[in-house]
Design a protein around this ligand. Sequence first.
Ligand code: AMP
Length: 351
Amino acid sequence: MIAAGGTIGILGGGQLGRMLTMAAAQLGYRCHTFDPNADSGAADVCAEFTSAPWADRNALARFAEECDVVTYEFENVPLGAARTIPADKLFPSARALEIAQDRLHEKAFAEDQGGRPAPYAQVDSLDDLMTAVGRIGAPGILKTRRDGYDGKGQWRIDSEREAEALRLPSSSLIYEGFVRFAAEFSVILVRGQDGEVRFWDSAQNVHNDGILATSCLPPASVIAAQIPAARALAERIAAALGYVGVLSCEFFATEHGPVFNEMAPRVHNSGHWTIEGAVTSQFENHVRAICGLPLGDTALVLPNVQMTNLIGNDVNRANELLGTPGMHLHLYGKSEAREGRKMGHVTRVWA
Ligand code: AMP
């Protein structure tokens, strides 16, 4: 167990690190953020900040030395950097990061645990793509295997002709059949060092242009019916990885049951509602899990919750939204409101 006053290292300094840091401070911990980008949202709130390239092994060694435990807040932390942290200090493990970083490995891993992803194929050439479209059909989505997030690195393909005309990027790719889903949802769990698992209620998620727009509770009945199967899969994934911390899995609710989309070995945007909507937030429970503290109650505080992301210029409405009774505002301290950039979110909870 890490005693209060101890230091939590966080690889990555975005808004997830910022909110983790705030939850950690409440429990008496100091946070030390490592991010190559010095202008990060977590820098405003953490006790210490190391800005160095991921390849700087000396800086990583010093960072690990100064921390009692280390976690990560985004899944594109280079694996080589994560592996420099002693395995008994890093939660979740580097293995969880390795799987989640590659859409191909992630889907194969979920299948091994009994999950059902969309039909998919590895694509390294135009020939591969034509074979994949022939077998899986169109429409479909071509995605980069690595480094994609918020709909980046994705191309919708509606016909073989469209596929043929594509100039493929040089990165490794995956082609996925288009899933005709009724709704989208996520399963977020926390797993402690003793293997205890707790789930939050599953929010219904709506994405616009591949970016999460809202997470709402309670979810539609089509989702409610599929939560047990989705939870069982998420729990098997967590157990297979000996996972410690918060794990997020995204699903499509279809007429044939839940289809696994992807997993994130970290706190997740679709769990931001837990700050005000649950007895214990995803951020606090992640800190509790990695520090070996007892896990907190994940129950809803009230039955209705809506979390809305403030993306790009939406942030200009922040003060107006604050005027709504019961509205909670979170801004991430980013100066430039670029299109598609997550600037903050608002949450409302009601009876
Ligand atoms: P991802 O980055 O894979 O989570 O994709 C972002 C969003 O794009 C998802 O939440 C869906 O709304 C949509 N999407 C991604 N893959 C598919 C798919 N195979 N079929 C239908 N919609 C998809």
